[in-house]
Design a protein around this ligand. Structure first.
Ligand code: DAH
Length: 346
């Protein structure tokens, strides 16, 4: 091989090295660097491979010179390829979008009070503002507190209204919160103004408007000179505080423990009185039963019915929650379905 051929080889090697280094430096992404690598260092068709194929064409010492020259170029190129790769990777890391620390966090649903609890608390707050305090009583009651002291005669048809769960002979799961009226009257002399929240139990079928266990709130006001005017004024005030300005009406009714008795309706909050499925077309929703405490009830609890008079009410916060949240089926309140509860949580 002639001198000039070895020279040509060395020139070509130097040129290849220069071109490859320039190509690696120009690559600005992992993809373009890979393209440059394939062009120069590709195992099947790279330009370095073409140079390597020339080495065996040299004879003797020339072959050694050419081989070393080729090796130098190869190690040099591999080193500059690696260096460029490291540079590109670290700049990709630093230019990656940074976490935005000002973004609001996603937050976790920590739980909230049940809509019926919210309604109970709101009702209690309204009566607290009128001077009422909160009283409670046992859920397991004797027949005497649940019925007898409340003026239910043993064979009275009103007993049929209460499909009662018996725990033992003479011991029932209270069917209403009214027995706590007796306990409040026994606790001390009037004046008495209490509201009594609690759960009550009935052997009702579990359907869209009945549940076997549900909440009630009872109210009792007993003092000298208390009249039906107090009842009507207080309950009307309550309705306007709770529902906002809305129409109310009282209808005569019957309960053994009150005389006279009345049920109070508010304009249906879903249809605003127009009549809808929830109010069965009447435009009204019954929210409570009430009346003047029967003298027999005062006497059964040891309160002088000649001196004192009083009024009482009982309402179902579950029913009221249905109205407030526009829920058509009472079972929704007891399903513990988070998709519902999250909507009404506050
Ligand atoms: N205890 C009655 C019931 O569960 C509700 C009730 C009506 C309570 C009139 C009262 C009242 O205190 O005066 O159906």
């Amino acid at each position: 091989m002639s001198e000039s051929t070895l020279k040509d080889f060395q020139t070509a090697a130097a040129e290849l090295q220069r071109a490859a280094c320039a190509a690696f430096d120009a690559a600005d992404s992992a993809d373009s660097l890979e393209k440059a690598r394939a062009e120069f260092l590709g195992r099947t068709s790279g330009r370095l491979l073409a140079l390597q194929r020339l080495v065996p064409s040299f004879e003797g010492a020339d072959r050694g010179v050419a081989g070393r020259a080729f090796n130098e170029v190869k190690t040099g190129l591999e080193a500059s390829l690696d260096a460029r790769r490291v540079t590109l990777e670290s700049s990709a890391r630093t230019s990656a979008p940074k976490a935005d620390l000002t973004m609001p966090s996603r937050g976790q649903f920590l739980g909230a009070e049940h809509p019926v609890t919210l309604v109970i608390e709101e009702i209690i707050e309204i009566f607290r503002g009128l001077g009422f305090t909160v009283a409670t009583g046992p859920e397991a009651e004797t027949e005497w507190y649940n019925f007898t002291a409340l003026n239910f005669p043993p064979d009275h048809p009103a007993l049929d209204m209460h499909d009662t769960m018996y725990l033992a002979k003479d011991v029932v799961l209270r069917t209403h919160t009214s027995p706590v009226q007796i306990r409040a009257l026994q606790a001390g002399p009037p004046p008495i103004r209490v509201v009594i929240p609690g759960n009550v139990y009935r052997l009702d079928p579990f359907d869209a408007s009945h549940a076997p266990a549900f909440a009630q709130i009872e109210g009792l006001a007993v003092d000298e000179g208390v009249s039906f005017v107090d009842l009507k004024a207080t309950l009307t005030h309550f309705a306007s505080r709770f529902f906002g300005s809305t129409r109310t009406r009282f209808r005569p009714s019957y309960f053994p423990f009150t005389e006279p008795s009345a049920e109070m309706d508010v304009e249906c909050q879903l249809c605003k009185g127009a009549g809808c499925a929830a109010c069965k077309g009447s435009g009204w929703m019954e929210i409570l039963g009430s009346g003047m405490v029967h003298p027999n009830v005062l006497e059964a609890a040891g309160v002088d019915s000649e001196r004192y008079t009083g009024w009482a009410f009982g309402m179902g916060p579950g029913r009221i929650a249905l109205q407030r949240y526009g829920i058509p089926d009472i079972r929704t309140l007891y399903d513990s379905d988070l998709r519902f509860l999250e909507q009404v949580a506050r």
